[in-house]
Design a binder for this molecule. Structure first.
Ligand code: NDP
Length: 256
C-alpha cells in the first residue's frame, strides 16, 4: 500500500475507534505517502485511546465525533469535516462503521433487524448524503475516477452475498440481521453508483476478508494489518472499471 494513496489528499474513515477502521487510520498515517488530511471518526473519541495516540503522533490525523445512527451527529460531523478539508473537498469516504447483531431464524426480533439495518445499511447512505457537497467539491477539481478525485467505499461482507449463501455454503453463520443488512448495503452501493456516476464520484463495495477484530473473532485467518494493507492497495488502484462493483480484499470481483 506504500504508494497507493499518494494522489489522495483527504480521506475520512468512519468507526475508527478500533478494529479495521483504526488499522486503516494507522496504515494511512504511517504509509510512505500519507494523505494530507486523515479524518478519523469515533462515536466516543474519549474512549478511543489508540486513536488518540495516533493523532498525537501524526498531525494529519484529525479525530471527530460521529455516531452514524444519529442524524444530528452526522450533520455536525459534516460541518467539522468541511472546516478541515476546506477548498480541497473530500477525496475518499470509507464507510467502515458496522455492527453484527447475532440472531437466527428462531431468535431474531424486529428490533434486532432494524438495529442492524440502521447501522449497516441506512447510516452509510445518510453519511454519504451529508458529505456529498464535499465529495462534489473534490470531484470538480479532477478528471477520471478514483481516490485522486472522489470515491465512496463501503465495507461489505461475503456474508451479504445472496449468490454465495446456498447449498454447502449455507450451513454456518445463520445471522439474519447481519446478512440481510449487508445485502441491503450491496444494493445501496449500486444505487449510489448509478446516481453519482455523472458527478465523477466512484462508488464501490469491498469485502475486507475475515479478520481478527472484536467482530471477526480470534479464529479469523487474517490480521488487521494483512487485511488493510491489501484493502488500501485495492482502494488506491480503483478506476472507472471498478465503479459500481463488489470486490474481494484481494481485488477480485465477488458475486452479489
Ligand atoms: P469492530 O466490531 O471491531 O469495530 C466496529 C467499529 O464500528 C467500531 O469502531 C465501532 O465503534 C464502530 N461503530 C459501530 N456502531 C457505530 C455507530 N453507531 N457510530 C459510529 N461508529 C460505530 O468491527 P470490524 O472492525 O471487524 O468491522 C468493520 C467493518 O468491516 C464493519 O462494517 C464489518 O461489517 C466489516 N467486515 C468485517 C469483517 C471481519 O471479519 N472483521 C468481515 C467483513 C466485513 P465503537 O468502538 O464506538 O463501538
Amino acid at each position: 500500500m506504500s504508494s497507493a494513496f499518494k494522489n489522495c489528499r483527504t480521506v475520512m474513515v468512519t468507526g475508527a475507534s478500533r478494529g479495521l477502521g483504526l488499522q486503516m487510520v494507522e496504515s494511512l498515517a504511517t504509509g510512505s505517502f500519507s494523505p494530507g488530511k486523515i479524518i478519523a471518526t469515533a462515536r466516543d473519541p474519549s474512549r478511543a485511546q489508540e486513536l488518540q495516540n495516533l493523532a498525537g503522533k501524526y498531525p494529519n490525523v484529525h479525530i471527530i465525533t460521529l455516531d452514524v445512527v444519529s442524524q444530528d451527529s452526522i450533520e455536525k460531523a459534516a460541518k467539522e469535516v468541511d472546516a478541515i478539508v476546506q477548498g480541497e473537498g473530500l477525496n475518499c469516504l470509507i464507510n467502515n462503521a458496522g455492527i453484527n447483531v447475532i440472531a437466527d431464524f428462531e431468535t431474531v426480533t424486529a428490533e434486532q433487524m432494524l438495529e442492524n439495518f440502521h447501522t449497516n445499511s441506512v447510516a452509510p447512505l445518510m453519511v454519504t448524503k451529508a458529505l456529498l457537497p464535499l465529495l462534489q467539491r473534490a470531484a470538480a477539481r479532477g478528471t477520471g475516477m478514483g481516490i485522486h478525485r472522489a470515491a465512496v467505499h463501503q465495507h461489505h461482507s461475503l456474508l451479504g452475498s445472496i449468490e454465495l449463501y446456498w447449498g454447502d455454503r449455507a450451513s454456518t453463520f445463520k445471522w439474519y440481521p447481519y446478512r440481510t443488512s449487508k445485502a441491503a448495503l450491496n444494493m445501496l452501493s449500486r444505487c449510489m453508483a448509478v446516481d453519482l456516476q455523472d458527478e465523477g464520484i466512484l462508488c464501490m463495495a469491498l469485502h475486507p476478508g475475515w479478520v481478527r477484530t472484536d467482530m471477526g473473532g480470534p479464529q479469523a485467518p487474517l490480521s488487521t494489518e494483512e487485511s488493510i494493507s491489501s484493502v488500501l492497495s485495492v482502494i488506491g488502484g480503483l478506476t472507472e472499471k471498478d465503479h459500481g462493483g463488489f470486490l474481494h480484499y484481494t481485488g477480485e470481483p465477488l458475486p452479489w
